[in-house]
Design a protein around this ligand. Structure first.
Ligand code: COA
Length: 346
């Protein structure tokens, strides 16, 4: 992999990483897996965040992923193309760093380039002497007071949103076994509900013994993809991921259960809620805890990769109906925002 640190650009740290997309980066449709893209985005953010937070004297630290803002997958990335991931620090609060990341695909035969993803991530620096200690972030220089003011607005609005999502954290998704699935009616929530269990090994972790955010996001995308494919039985792709909060660290040796259930279907899209629960095998007294939650949106595709209508979700309980209505609100809000952004660009 080629890493080209660009140093300081317009007063802020920036970085570009590039990598050719290989067959083992593919999803079953043959394009690059949404989870692979999320993993590359997180790696770039972690490098630049850690580099910035170590530009001061005092404790050495590692930047831990705390949050990813809503991310849209604008175009598919193809195997054989080169992914250019550029990251820039755009805001710093006392203890957190905002990183904006762009992913561009390049066809190296024709030279054609496309912006495939844009993401905003928040990192928190943890001391290497004690990863439970959060350290202060050196402030960046802004290109103008307006830039700083806009950054502060983004920081404050995500803080409010975080408090709201914490309320969902008591909910559970019960894993459904294969024989049980056979008795469920197709297109119900229970029919496509899925879980995977994974033991966190050294290759999933930072040098400091806790999971890379990108690894977790890839597993979450995998489960959401299984739920979507079970529901519509066609090829599927990730269209977007709503804001993800990383509430707690997941340490090496934990067993994680990643569970997904469908919450909402529109005419051509499906929303899937994903939970990550961690269980410490060795220090078992801590018990099971909720580490991450997120909503993924998937699209069903025909054999020519054109979006297909989705079978409507059959809701069977009051709780499912409530989640369906909440999903519909998110869908309408996101749609209105996409339209407004489009109009602004024209
Ligand atoms: N998104 C963005 N920033 C966050 C955040 C989130 N989800 N949670 C906390 N922060 C920021 C706060 O705004 C604060 O910065 P400020 O003082 O400048 O406002 C700073 O983190 C510390 O907040 P605090 O409430 O003291 O810390 P915490 O107890 O919530 O711990 C983490 C924050 C990130 C250390 C903790 O949630 C954690 O360990 N998460 C998991 C990190 C991880 O393992 N990442 C890999 C992914 S699996």
């Amino acid at each position: 992999m080629l890493r080209l640190p660009l140093g300081i650009m317009s007063g802020r740290l920036a970085l570009i990483t590039s990598r050719i997309m290989r067959p083992d980066d593919a999803n079953i449709v043959g394009n690059v897996h949404g989870g692979t893209v999320l993993k590359m985005i997180e790696e770039a953010g972690c490098i630049i965040g850690t580099r910035h937070c170590n530009t001061q004297t005092g404790d050495r630290c590692v930047a831990a992923l705390a949050r990813v803002e809503r991310t849209d997958f604008l175009y598919p990335m193809l195997i054989g193309q080169v992914a250019h991931v550029s990251a820039e620090i755009t805001y710093t609060s006392k203890h957190s760093v905002e990183v904006q990341v762009n992913v561009v695909s390049e066809d190296i035969l024709s030279g054609a380039k496309k912006l495939t993803n844009k993401a905003t991530l928040w990192y928190v620096p943890l001391s290497l002497q004690n990863v439970d200690k959060i350290i202060e972030v050196p402030p960046i220089e802004y290109s103008s007071p307006k830039q700083e003011e806009l950054g502060k607005k983004r920081y404050e609005s995500q803080k409010i949103e975080r408090v709201e999502t914490k309320e969902r954290n008591d909910d559970i998704i019960t894993p459904v076994s294969l024989p049980e699935r056979k008795t469920k009616e197709p297109f119900t929530v229970g029919f496509s509900q899925s879980s995977l269990i994974h033991l966190i090994g050294p290759s999933d972790c930072t040098l400091h013994g806790f999971v890379h955010g990108g690894v977790t996001m890839k597993l979450m995308d995998e489960v959401a993809g299984i739920v979507a494919a079970r529901h519509c039985k066609t090829n599927i792709v990730t269209a977007s991921v709503d804001a993800i909060n990383f509430h707690r660290k997941i340490n090496k040796g934990c067993v994680i259960t990643v569970s997904g259930r469908m919450t909402f279907t529109s005419n051509k899209s499906m929303e899937i809620e994903v939970f990550v629960d961690a269980d410490q095998l060795v220090n078992a007294e801590e018990g099971k805890y909720r580490a991450v939650t997120a909503f993924f949106t998937y699209i069903s595709l025909d054999t020519k990769n054109k979006p297909l209508p989705v079978p409507p979700l059959k809701v069977e309980s009051e709780a499912e109906q409530k989640r369906f209505e909440e999903g519909k609100q998110r869908y309408l809000q996101n749609k209105a925002k996409r339209l407004a952004d489009k109009e602004q660009k024209q």
